[in-house]
Write a protein that binds this ligand. Structure first.
Ligand code: SF4
Length: 361
């Protein structure tokens, strides 16, 4: 990934540095297919606003404060992004106690629990919170319902960083529901004071199935005030559903620990793709997949730089799939401003490291 420009006047500059679509058929006007090998390229795909913001936050922190800048967990779940930032001086750690006292620490887009913030404060770390605002929204919902003493069923994957962060906001009130099957057996304290929330990057259809099963058992289950599954996850699933029925093979670019990328494979198969595989990049594409394949669908998860998709398209072109039609199901123009502390320091300009007040928990 080419680093995004580090122009402080443009704090939300798009990180998509490879957006030449001149070789693509225009979206919306589906050309008649002549039966030759082709690629259907889903749009939207790739970087979402939360990932864009988090990656740029680390890049700007590196420029402003100098290396090393520590990052708790992977800033976003993509190997290429993590490797590129590591090469620029970011140091990825699992926990705050691996960061020397007083250093800069970025919280990843997936969010952190209050306990992690407290641990950072105890080490006098200068924190930059790159939690996606759409994850923060779910945290706030959890806090609000916990204050009302409601029991919260958090639909999400056990062990996922986002779920750990959200559950940590109200551990005494939250139970994680990991799958539709768990919904059939879970026990609650008071079925009349129950609300469900969810991880932002789940399969929309599977989540609705989980809710349906929960509501069968607990008819008074409350819905969240607004959708927790984010616009980017939802849009990428709609787009892959559109191309999957026509595709013999759908290739999803994304890392194995990227929840929304893994979901795209499942959604493609459910929507009628004959086969679907996730790859971190073109180097993982297997020629055996192309046997008898005429139409290849391509998409990418929300943490994937476009250059990785371009490399897959180049590989496909070299194997005869040079005709590319982009199929667009939504336009996205959401951008998030950079984390507050970082914006303040960017405004102040370069200089010696300052002791930033750690945001009180
Ligand atoms: S996938 Fe959704 S919740 Fe996650 S960073 Fe992107 S916009 Fe935010």
């Amino acid at each position: 990934m080419t680093p995004a420009p580090l122009d402080t006047a443009d704090p939300v500059a798009p990180a998509d540095d490879c957006n030449d679509t001149s070789t693509l058929a225009a979206s919306g006007r589906r050309p008649a297919w002549d039966g030759r090998k082709r690629v259907l390229l889903a749009a939207p795909r790739g970087y979402c606003a939360g990932v864009d913001r988090a990656v740029i936050a680390v890049e700007k922190a590196l420029e402003l404060y100098g290396a090393p800048v520590y990052v708790r967990k992977e800033i976003v779940h993509n190997k290429h992004v993590v490797r590129t930032l590591s090469e620029r001086g970011a140091v990825f750690v699992d926990e705050t106690d691996a960061v020397p006292e007083g250093e800069h620490l970025v919280f990843s887009a997936h969010g952190v629990s209050p306990a992690v913030r407290e641990a950072a404060a105890a080490r006098s770390l200068q924190t930059i919170d790159a939690t996606c605002p759409l994850v923060t929204k779910v945290h706030k919902e959890a806090v609000r319902f916990a204050k009302q003493d409601a029991e919260i069923l958090l639909i999400g994957h056990t062990g996922h960083e986002e779920v750990e962060g959200t559950a940590g906001e109200a551990p005494d009130h939250i139970t994680v529901v990991d799958s539709p099957e768990v919904a059939d057996t879970i026990q609650v304290k008071d079925p009349d004071n129950l609300v469900w929330l969810s991880q932002t990057t789940l399969s929309v259809d599977e989540t609705m199935e989980t809710v349906r099963r929960l509501r069968q058992r607990f008819p008074n289950l409350q819905d969240p005030p607004s959708d927790d599954i984010c616009y980017a996850t939802s849009n990428r699933q709609v787009a892959v559903k559109k191309i999957a029925p026509e595709a013999d093979l759908v290739i999803v670019v994304g890392s194995a620990n990227s929840s929304n990328s893994v979901r795209l494979v499942e959604v493609a198969l459910d929507a009628g793709a004959r086969a679907s595989h996730r790859v971190d990049g073109a180097h993982e594409v297997d020629d055996a997949w192309f046997e008898g394949v005429t139409t290849v669908g391509v998409t990418s998860g929300a943490s994937v730089p476009e250059i990785l998709v371009r490399e897959v398209l180049e590989l496909l072109a070299a194997r005869g799939y040079g005709q590319v039609e982009e199929v667009t199901t939504a336009q996205e123009d959401l951008v998030f401003s950079l984390p507050t502390d970082l914006r303040r320091d960017l405004k102040a300009g370069p200089g010696p490291r300052r002791s930033l007040p750690v945001t009180p928990v």
